[in-house]
Design a protein. Structure first.
Length: 105
């Protein structure tokens, strides 16, 4: 469930979905809620079995909502290459260029 916090933060900061697949999230988000419901409805189910899944589904719903909002409300007159360039520039400005750093020092 905690895996969504950095992605939500990055998407909010960039105001762009980046390389996230909205189509995948449109399928996966309802699936998270259905899975949580199926765990909740199991006989003898305890909160510890379904709460992490429902929490993750809500976080994914937040991420999906942000991606849809930014996709619909962002100026799309520029090309995809310009959008990628903007994302790379934002990453460099914040020092989040971890892809180019060696794993072992």
């Amino acid at each position: 469930m905690f895996q969504y916090f950095p992605q939500i933060y990055t998407t909010y900061r960039l105001k762009h979905p980046g390389s996230l697949s909205i189509n995948m999230m449109l399928l996966q988000t309802p699936g998270g809620f259905v899975w949580s419901l199926s765990l909740f409805l199991q006989p003898g189910s305890k909160w510890s079995s379904w709460l992490p899944y429902i929490s993750a589904a809500f976080l994914q719903l937040i991420l999906l909502s942000m991606c849809l909002f930014y996709t619909w409300n962002t100026d799309t007159s520029g090309s995809e290459a310009e959008a990628i360039s903007d994302i790379e520039r934002a990453n460099l400005e914040t020092g989040e260029n971890q892809e180019r750093q060696p794993l072992l020092a």
